[in-house]
Each structure stands twice: as structure tokens, then as C-alpha cells.
Design a binder for this molecule. Structure first.
Ligand code: AMP
Length: 251
């Protein structure tokens, strides 16, 4: 964490860099499926995806500094970490040399506040924001059923939600129910996927992140989707985004 801060401060001190390629944002409450859809889009479009939550969890596993401990406590409690820390992470990620050839970037879990969105606008151009929404009771059930691979973070889900027009089957590994199909890593439940923390995360989302909807509507880059069928919705989501981007490019 200390290294990250040092490196990023350097960037802040200099003339701001501009990310010149398209930025696609996937937004929506925790558990709505952003990560699952985003990982598929990233594969199909050969475009990198960056999840601030996943990055923080990996970084904080080994960080024992005071700042690391402070951030770990926030993530564990389902509270947002400060915009200053997140912006340093984002800046470092956007301007990494690794992605020089990438066509653009997909962001999952960022921005999460209007302040972050305003700062992002200074770094590059947001091409499209897809907001996924679902009823709270469905989100809570999905989050409680969520599992992920400890090693490669591929998402799975043990919940079956078939009622009131929702048709979500469990998303389980095909070979072994306890291990990831891709890398055989163990499936784990996230520390913040407990009932109490799930409820706090939803409150945090409504207070701090939901206002982004209005922010991006005003900018004319906003589309939304209610994924009532889980992974079965993926082809429609991909199509909707591709159509939207094509139409924007023509304008
Ligand atoms: P996620 O994996 O997207 O659900 O994020 C997990 C946790 O990481 C959140 O509950 C926050 O504590 C933290 N986090 C991730 N992204 C952000 C962000 N953009 N701003 C502030 N905190 C974040």
C-alpha cells in the first residue's frame, strides 16, 4: 500500500495524464451481477476489466500497515473507502503500461460516489454506463448465495431464485461443486457477504452510489437493465451495449 501511495503521489504532482480510450462503466448495487457480466464482456471483447473491490481485497490480504488495517476494516464492514485512496488506485491502473494495446477498459465497482465520477471525468472519457438494478430481497438472496474462486475470483452462486418473474438458476462449477472449473481453486464466501454487512452495503449504495444514476443520465451516457434471469441475460446485455456504443459512434 505504501508503495502504491508513493508511486501515485508522483503522478498527482505532475501534469494530469489523460486516458484516451473508451471507458465503460458497469454500475449497480452489490450482488446485481456486474462482476459476472463484466468478466464475460471482457473475454468476448478482449478488453481489460478492473474491479476496485477485487483489487482491494487482494492488496489488503498481505498489507499489515496502519493504512492497510484501516482499509481492511472498512471493506469488511461494507463501508466505502475514501475517494483519495480509490482515485490513486484508479490513476495507477488507467495509466499502466501493461494495457497499451487495449481498446479501452471496463470498470466494475468504480465510480461509487459522485466525487469519484467527477474526478474520473478529468482523467478520461466515459463512453457508456450500464446500470443494473434488482429488487432488494432478490439482491440479498443472491449475495448470500454468492461464492467465488479463491485463486482466480471467477464468480459462482448457489442460490435458486425462481418466482415473481425472476428465473435465476444456481451458477455452479460443472466438475466439482467445491472447486473452480477454470483453475481448481477452492470456492469461498466473501467476508462481506454476511447478512448484516449485506444490509449495510445496500444502505451505503443507496446513499452514496445511487446518485450517480442522475449524474450519468445528465451526461447522456446512461442505459439500464434489470437482469431477471441471471447469466441467461448475458447475450441481451452484450447486444444492448454493443448497439448503444455503435449508435453513439455514429453521432
Ligand atoms: P465490491 O467487490 O465492488 O463489492 O467492493 C468491495 C468493497 O471494496 C466495498 O464494499 C468497499 O469497501 C470497497 N470499494 C470497492 N470499490 C470502491 C470504490 N469505488 N469506492 C470506495 N470503496 C470501494
Amino acid at each position: 500500500m505504501r508503495n502504491l501511495m508513493k508511486r501515485s503521489m508522483g503522478l498527482f504532482g505532475k501534469k494530469p495524464q489523460i486516458y484516451s480510450k473508451p471507458i465503460l462503466i458497469l454500475m449497480g448495487a452489490p450482488g446485481v451481477g456486474k462482476g459476472t457480466y463484466g468478466k464475460r464482456l471482457s473475454k468476448d471483447w478482449s478488453m481489460p476489466i478492473f474491479s476496485t473491490g477485487e483489487y482491494l481485497r487482494t492488496l489488503l490480504k498481505t498489507d499489515k500497515t496502519d493504512l492497510g488495517n484501516e482499509l481492511r476494516a472498512l471493506v469488511k464492514a461494507g463501508k466505502l473507502v475514501g475517494d483519495d485512496v480509490i482515485m490513486k488506485i484508479m490513476e495507477k491502473r488507467l495509466f499502466t503500461d501493461e494495457d497499451k494495446k487495449a481498446k479501452g477498459i471496463i470498470l466494475d465497482g468504480f465510480p461509487r460516489t459522485v466525487g469519484q465520477a467527477e474526478l474520473l471525468d478529468k482523467l478520461g472519457k466515459v463512453q457508456a454506463v450500464m446500470n443494473f438494478f434488482l429488487r432488494d430481497d432478490i439482491l440479498i438472496e443472491k449475495l448470500a448465495g454468492r461464492r467465488e474462486c479463491e485463486k482466480c475470483h471467477i464468480p459462482y452462486n448457489v442460490a435458486t431464485i425462481i418466482r415473481d418473474g425472476y428465473d435465476m438458476e444456481p451458477l455452479m462449477p460443472k466438475k466439482d461443486p467445491g472447486h473452480c472449473d477454470a483453475c481448481n481453486g477452492k470456492l469461498i464466501q466473501r467476508e462481506d457477504d454476511t447478512e448484516k454487512v449485506i444490509k449495510d452495503r445496500l444502505i451505503e449504495y443507496k446513499q452514496k452510489t445511487a446518485p450517480l444514476e442522475g449524474y450519468y443520465k445528465k451526461k447522456g451516457v446512461y442505459i439500464e437493465f434489470e437482469p431477471k434471469k441471471g447469466v441467461k441475460d448475458y447475450p441481451e446485455i452484450k447486444q444492448k451495449l454493443e448497439d448503444y456504443i455503435k449508435t453513439k459512434q455514429k453521432k
